[in-house]
Design a protein around this ligand. Sequence first.
Ligand code: HEC
Length: 508
Amino acid sequence: MKNMKTLFLKALLLSQALLVSLMTVADTEDYSSDAQWWSPGEERVFPQYSEYKNTSGRLGIINLNGPINTAEHPFFQALGSNGRGCVSCHQPSDAMSITPETALQRWKETNGKDPLFAAFDGSDCPTLDQSKPSSHSLLLKKGLFRIGMPWPPMPFNGKPVAPEFTIEVIRDPTGCNTDPVWGLNSEKPTVSVYRRPRPVINVDHLLEMPHGVPPYNKFFFNDSSLLPKDPETGNFVSQQLMADGRGLTPKLQALDAAQTHLELMAGLSKEQLQQIEAFERQLFAAQSFDAVAGDLTGDTTPPGLGPDALVKAPRGRLGNNPLNKIFGDFSMWENAVNQQEFKASVARGANIFKERRFYIKDVGAYNDKGLGNPFKRSCGAGCHNTLVMGMDLSPGFMDLGLNNWPWQTTRSDLPLFKITCHANAKPQSYLGRVIMTHDPGRALITGKCIDVGGTMTQQMRGLAARAPYFAGGAAANLRELVDFYDRRFNINYTEQEKIDLVNFMRTL
Ligand code: HEC
């Protein structure tokens, strides 16, 4: 009872804080004529261009091929048995992800009845009393959904994998991993991990194969194995979808999403899959207005900012040379003065991101790949090297330590697993054969010891609209994200450098 009260109080305070911060955004124009929240099955038109307010300005979304009547579109329909549509968890206002603030607001508006809170994965565990906010704490506080991964691992090709390790549940704050119906020892053994929805924007960039960097257009960076192929076309896939890469193509990903998140057992028709992929490929989004810097789309802003830059930029390119700089050239803001001190800070942040090198150390499936340990590189050149997108162009799952002992302070809200790898398995390079983790990541697909903790780097656009960050929501805001890297790699950023990096990222 006490928990419930404090949660409600927190909800109230949070929503007030949100209101205040929205009101302080220097903005009078309202581009989005409709309400912020999108329910599935609404008779609404998704316009060619829309903007949504967030804590540091506005996000702009270009829907390239023109307005969509969502009443007839599978991304926006409640196709499954739980009343959800894809849009339930991929909200335009939140850069097509969803924040805990939005979820809380929705809880209050519907008294927890919105399909967003469906027991299956919108609660900490389906067996909990669904009427209590505390049963949905990971969604309401961290924006996390339950992902139930089959054990032993079962990849898309349907052939079960014999895992190289055993998995034990050490701590189970949600109760789901030890649950007799939903847990690891149930009839359908399942490992429940909790992850943030990745933003469904700029997907066209995510799907393009790398250009000009052979052989990475055929191989995984981390273990040099061949990339999988799209069963429909026979072409290699880019492997940039989902934290663990289990969504090989937009269609296979959508099928999986429909069967799990929408609880639609019948699957989707060929036409529905085509419509979903086409929609995902025509959405381009980025911050379009900053509360301090103002418009981010005009001729006086660095060319890599604003959603239009995503439409124009070539896909699948590295941003590692003077002609192709990651997120473009920020020099026009370098000497900006007064209101403009903020702009100069953004330009410095862009420089730090691209140029300031530090020692990257003990990153599984990275430092052990012939690069050396430690290996001196910047954020951009090291891992976030894709032109205008900021993910890693050469696909590779790596372990930054976000979910594992000893790097990340152990979180009490997430399950903790103990992985014990077989004596003859190749060990995880820096964690060995016994690993404590909140989320085994890629290893839940491949069953390999070296893949424990492996996560696919994600894009960096629309960040201001979709905190908290990282797959498990480990950083509540951009400052915590910078602090994580500063700690993890002993970078010793100055206070000003941290501020500059945060200012830079909030304009993306
Ligand atoms: C219950 C919430 C929920 C619903 C409903 C939902 N998703 Fe997601 N979506 C997620 C989560 C969580 C992830 C990230 C999972 C991971 O990384 O393992 C995700 C990831 C994605 C991604 C990958 C984006 C990237 O950058 O990697 C795409 C694409 C996507 N969803 C499309 C869809 C489609 C299409 C539907 C409807 C058929 C849908 N989603 C319904 C929660 C949801």
